[in-house]
Design a protein around this ligand. Sequence first.
Ligand code: FE
Ligand code: FE
Ligand code: ZN
Length: 309
Amino acid sequence: MVMEMEELIIGSHVSYTNNDGLLGSVKEALSYGANTFMFYTGAPQNTIRSAIDKDLTLKAHKLMKEKGIDIKNVIVHAPYIINLANNKDLDKFNFSINFLKQELKRSEELGINKVVLHPGSHVGLGTDTGIQNIITALNEVLDSEEGPVICLETMAGKGTEVGTTFEEIKEIIDGVKYQNRVMVCLDTCHINDAGYDLNNFDKILTEFDEVIGLDKIACVHINDSKNVTASHKDRHENFGLGNIGFDNLIKVVYHDKLKGIPKILETPYISSEAGGIDRTYPPYKQEIAMIKAKKMNPQLLEEVRAYFK
Ligand code: FE
Ligand code: FE
Ligand code: ZN
């Protein structure tokens, strides 16, 4: 048998519940044929969090070892209500800082080294002030060289989002004291919506390399987009069914310069009604199969619905 030089590291967003802890997340990822995954340590829209269950975490690590999931490729996503760019309300600003500190601790307890963070929205303060606030906040959160890495996500530019260009992300990184703890999460839907044309991904990577440096890419979110380049919308579409398209996304997934970097699907659940009840189903098993085969499945949505019937 010929060993593959470097294996594709692909997974998706999965759930994390207090009952099943990290073990539940690992099992869900395995059910999709994934070899990595990303999750919120609680509901993404709130900051209610429970203590990490040590026993479930140990079991999860054991299962990952057995199944070949390398924990260094597993990712936590910080809740999107954390906003480090806006300091109009100092109580809320400080709450965001403290919550992010706790989130890093929780990630450490889970053995996870990468935490994706949306830089924030300036809510009228302006991009420059937003960036300064993010820098101030990150320097409070990252108070030593040790600990999980924050992966700043490239944003679509919806509303007053900061981190919409590589230059803005670079400015944030430059202001942080412990720069070994700040990296980047490249989101294909977001960069498309922000104005980067994925018909020429090589050009995008060259630009990224010149502005930030390719060695700073810690993770890639693989999403198609419901909207055209520079739409500033941030609405994800299923793999191959949006404006970026199958071929362009496959190029990103298998790009030589992104080898060994985890790729995470955050494509939308598929809706289907059964017996008059509307439900939604995860498309990840079918999308990962399609990515591994490097061949578009025109029946993707139908197959997801059939699978869950
Ligand atoms: Fe995100
Ligand atoms: Fe994303
Ligand atoms: Zn998004």
